[in-house]
Design a binder for this molecule. Sequence first.
Ligand code: GAP
Length: 426
Amino acid sequence: MRQIVSLSKRRGFIFPSSEIYGGFSGFWDFGPLGVMLKNNLKKKWWHDIVEINDNIHGLDSTIILNPKIWQASGHTGPGFSDSLRECKVCHRRFRGDDLKENKCPDCGGQLTEEKKFNILVKTFIGPVEDKSTLSYLRGETCQGIFVNFSNVVDVVRPKIPFGIAQVGKAFRNEITPGNFSFRSREFEQMELEFFVLASEDEKWFEYWKERRMAWHLSLGIKKEKLRFYEHPREKLAHYSKRTVDIEYQFPFGWGEIEGIANRQDFDLKNHSKHSGKDLSFMDDKNQKFFPFVIEPSLGLDRLVLTVLIDAFDQQKERLILKLKPQLAPYKVAVFPLLANKPKLINRARKIYDDLRKDLSVAWDDRGNIGKRYYSQDEVGTPWCVTIDFESLDDNKVTVRDRDTTRQERVKISDLKKYFQKKLEGK
Ligand code: GAP
C-alpha cells in the first residue's frame, strides 16, 4: 500500500485533497494521470452498460435534490447511519461494525456506548440556515434515477425489462475514512437501476451478478483476487431483499468494490407515497404495477484504486503498472534518441503530433532511453517508440513492449495501424 500511495503522489495519479493546508481527511484529488485512468474506466463502463444495450438509458441528475427525497428513501433515518464508539483513554473513534471486541483495538481502553450517526452530508439552500433550508448532498446517485423514472419512461417508452444508468458524485460523512482512497467522503458512483417484473427478479439478479463479475475480469483484474460476498439476511440494507458484493483482495483485506442489490419496489413505491405522484409502470396490456429493481452499483474511485493495486508489479528496481492497454493513461510514449539533435527531435515531434490525433501519447526527451523506459513502465504505458539516426534513413522506429521488453522495428507509416491493432487485442 505504501508503494501505491507513493507512486500515486509521485506520478500524479492521486493527491491528498487540500494538501497545502494539511489535507482534509476522506478527500482525494486525481492528478493528470489519475484523471486519464478514471475517465478510461468511466468511458468503458458507460459503453458497456449504456451504449451497447438498447434497453438501458443514461441520466445525469443533480447532486442536491429536494430533501423530501431522502426522507422517502429512508436515508435520513437509522438505515443510513454508522455506529460510532470512542475510546475513553486515547479518544480514537471506531465504526461499531469494525470492532471485534468490546475494547479499544489500539490501547485496550474502555469504549463509549454505541452512538448512531447519520452519514448524509448536510448543507443549507437559501439565505437562512434553519430546518426549512436544510438539504443534503446525495448519499447515492440512484435516487436521482428513481425520481426521474416517469420522465424517462415517458420519453423512451421502454418495454420491461429496461434500465436507467448514471455516473456522478456521492457524499457520505464517513466516521472512519481510510485505507488511502478506499473509503472517502466524496466519491463517484456508476449505478444502473434495472427494472424487471417482480416474478423475474431472481433471474435478473443472477444475470447481473455474473455479468458484472465478467466485466471486472475484462478489465484484466486477476481472477483469484476477486470473489462474491453474499450479505447475511440480518445485515441487508433497509431496501434490499438480497445483496451480493464483488470484493477485491486489497493489501488490507477483502473489500467491496461493487454491490448488486435487489431493491424490490421499495424506492418507486415510497416515492409514489411521499410525493403523491404515481410512479408505477404501465405495460402494453395497460396493466399497472411497480417493477422490481436490480441494482449493480460500483464506486469509480474505488475501482481506480483496485486497478492500480492489481496492475502493480516490481522486478528489482523496475516498478511496472501492468494496466490493460485500453485503460492505460498513455498508450504510447515517443522518444528522440538524443535530446540535442534537431533532426531527430523534428522527426520524433512529427510522429508524436501525428499519433496524438488518434491516441493518448506521451513525449519524453530527458535522461537516457533506459530511464525513460522505466519512467513509462511505472505509469503503465504499454509501448515506447524511439526515433534514432537509422530512422532518418530507413523510415522505421524501435517499438518496445512494456510487458515483454521486446523491441521491434516498425515502419513509421504503419505505426498508427500497428497500435490500433494491438489495442484491439490483435
Ligand atoms: N445505491 C446503492 C449504494 O450506494 P453502496 O454499497 O453503499 O450501495 C455502492 O455503495 C458502491 O459505492 C460501493 O460498492 C463502493 O464501490 C462505492 N462506495 C460506497 N461508499 C464509498 C466510500 N465511502 N468511498 C468510496 N467508495 C464508496
